[in-house]
Design a protein around this ligand. Sequence first.
Ligand code: HPA
Length: 254
Amino acid sequence: MSQAALDTADNITAIIGGTGLTELKGLTLLDDIQVNTPFGPTSAPIKRGILDGHQVLFLARHGHPHAIPPHMVNYRANIWALKQLGVTAILAVNAVGGIHDLMGPAHITIPDQIVDYTYGREHTFYDGRQTGVEHIDFTYPYSEKLRAALLESAIALDVPHSDFGVYACTQGPRLETAAEIVRLERDGCDIVGMTGMPEAVLAAELGIDYACIALIVNWAAGKTEEIITMDDIQAAIDTGMGRVISILEHTLTR
Ligand code: HPA
């Protein structure tokens, strides 16, 4: 896909940064935008900036500094605000645990499917109030066009990655038990995180293309003898997030 498809005046791409990515250092900041939404405030002001000549919006999902847990993120406000700003494509960054044998710490994957295990989150714009009721198709939760762009960048940059993955979205904020991971594996899940949903479906409801770049930051519970420590997670972020940013920048500016 050419950059023209990602970045024209009425075709704006946003990055939603997760754990380990609360700001995009390469961005020349134009302004911080506070959007009023019917759902309340966004996680943080939305940063509008220029990356290598291209306009990009950046939103820190957990706030900046990181303070909002996954189940408390105002996903509806975030996606609504990006839509109001003209966003047509979202590249979402998610830190996840690895279940598939290929998906160990610091590995990157571009998932292609989702299983949603979350509960109690405001998960739709079609709640029968202002917007009525609609049942959108969600067979393929991620945009193939955006996935292809991310994968082309990973290949061009020679970054080790996988081009598949079923993302299990759990409620958190605790990590899973070993038995829960056995169950997710039986369900066909390859990675596990807490923020992939309802973000992806809300984008779909508003007609925004959406793809995820997942950085594996730990082996999922019970996949190794070790327990999961925040130090190990931080070490994987330190190793892998630079590669994630390179893929994003390449995708946005080629
Ligand atoms: N489980 C759920 N969410 C996560 C994990 C995990 O192991 N690692 C990072 N986010």
